[in-house]
Write a protein that binds this ligand. Structure first.
Ligand code: NAG
Ligand code: NAG
Length: 356
């Protein structure tokens, strides 16, 4: 059917187009020139795909809600950092280091690797992974490529100093190390508070190494409630409590030491800005005590290949036995980006870190 426009509507259309154009992120300049991602499976977007490991997910039903299907992201859709880079005004997601090529590295690179930890040993029973120390080496490779692309050392240095460096790691140092005494001896060597001290000390050296390669804006994440995942609850039992208390109590000293360490780094390295993030959100109306997909893949916590997941995926906090869903990642990304609560973002949220 032919549509007939009244004169008044003809006037309205150019105005509408102009408004749409204002909101078009393709024309917007991102709030920082680049965003680099260090971490584990919460952030991995494909670095493990070609590694010999049981911690990889480039198979359906992963990616069922992602336009490109299974990419190596450990959920049905987008990671929290996928959402954050969009909130920062980037047009594209950051490429995984394993697939980075050409000029796409100028906006940032994702080094994160499933099963990786702060400690080199962490996750070794799962196979090959890229521990944080190796992610930092990979970053140095990228810096030389960026310097070559920009053709000017001081321009590259200035570019890299204005980027955000996101570091979200530590869960595997517990679930794929400390709480797995059959494969690792850390729980025999350290009580939980001592272990947290070892991890946070090592992490502070790693953050300084990233600083030494030119980073000046850091977003460092606390650890989530590792005792509340469907996998932890079903494998270890909760003895009537809502979560595995032993696991959550293990994580508590880590966060308690991480936050003051970030505070010290702000005081010690005065030309850099560090922030501590522990974003959360309302779980009202969400299923949090079971996973959306049928688990049993990987080490038991991942989705079974080609299994049919739940239909109402936006209602589930957990996609598989340990990884949050696209819907929950969207909730926490908004909180990391814009929360004014000091327990979620201290001293800056991401939006303010970008302006520093
Ligand atoms: C390198 O970049 C700086 C500013 O970023 C500029 O002042 C300088 O002239 C450039 N040097 C070369 C050799 O292009
Ligand atoms: C900050 O500097 C003090 C004094 O030199 C030092 O004791 C402390 O370990 C430093 N903290 C960090 C996190 O680098």
């Amino acid at each position: 059917m032919e549509s007939k426009l009244k004169p008044s509507e003809l006037v309205a259309i150019p105005v509408l187009l102009a408004l749409l154009n204002l909101g078009n992120s393709a024309n917007a300049v991102p709030q920082v020139p680049c965003y680099f991602i260090f971490g584990d499976s919460l952030s991995d977007t494909g670095n493990n795909n070609k590694l010999v490991t049981s911690a990889k997910v480039n198979y359906p039903p992963y990616g069922i809600d992602f336009p490109q299907g299974p990419t190596g992201r450990f959920n049905n859709g987008r990671t929290m950092h996928d959402f954050i880079v969009k909130l920062l005004g980037f047009e594209d997601y950051m490429p995984p280091f394993a697939e980075s090529e050409g000029k796409n590295i100028l906006n940032g690179v994702n080094y994160a690797s499933g099963a990786a930890g702060i400690l080199d040993d962490t996750g070794k029973h799962r196979g090959v992974r890229v521990p944080l120390n190796d992610q930092i080496k990979n970053h140095k490779t990228i810096i030389s490529r960026i310097t070559a692309l920009m053709g000017n050392n001081s321009a590259a240095k200035s570019h890299l100093s204005r980027c955000i460096y996101s570091v979200q790691i530590g869960s595997n140092d517990y679930i794929n190390n400390y709480f797995r005494p059959e494969s690792y001896d850390t729980s025999k060597r350290y009580a939980p508070p001592e272990y947290a001290t070892v991890l946070v000390q090592q992490l502070s050296n790693q953050l300084k190494a990233i600083y030494d390669s030119g980073a000046r804006k850091f977003a460092v994440y606390g650890m989530g409630m590792i005792g509340c995942t469907p996998d932890a609850r079903s494998v270890h039992g909760t003895k009537g409590a809502p979560c595995v208390e032993e696991f959550n109590e293990g994580a508590t000293p880590f966060n308690k030491r991480l936050e003051p360490m970030i505070d010290q780094l702000n005081r010690n390295l005065t030309d850099a800005k560090f922030t501590y993030l522990n974003p959360t959100g309302s779980t009202d109306g969400l299923v949090w005590d079971s996973s959306c997909c049928k688990t049993g893949g990987g080490g038991g916590e991942l989705c079974l290949p080609d299994s049919k997941p739940c239909d109402n995926r936006r209602k589930y906090l957990f996609w598989d036995g340990v990884h949050p869903s696209d819907a929950w990642n969207e909730v926490v990304s908004k909180s990391a980006y814009g929360s004014e609560k000091p327990e979620e973002a201290q001293p800056f949220n991401i939006k303010k870190l970008a302006l520093q």
